[in-house]
Design a protein around this ligand. Sequence first.
Ligand SMILES: [Zn+2]
Length: 66
Amino acid sequence: MKKCIYCGSEIDDNCVIDFCERCGKKVWGGRMFRAIVENMENARRNGDLCNQRVDEVKQSSPSFNR
Ligand SMILES: [Zn+2]
């Protein structure tokens, strides 16, 4: 279980940020907090897609089959 870096309360391991929603909103404000979370989630999604693509390329690459 991850913990909030500000208040130490437990947060979801899947959470892209290292702090809880309550502290995030306190530090950045509601709108900015949402923007940060969205950016982090997009970045992670793009990273996951890139990793997947690399694996697919490796598996389907002709040079690996010869
Ligand atoms: Zn917190």
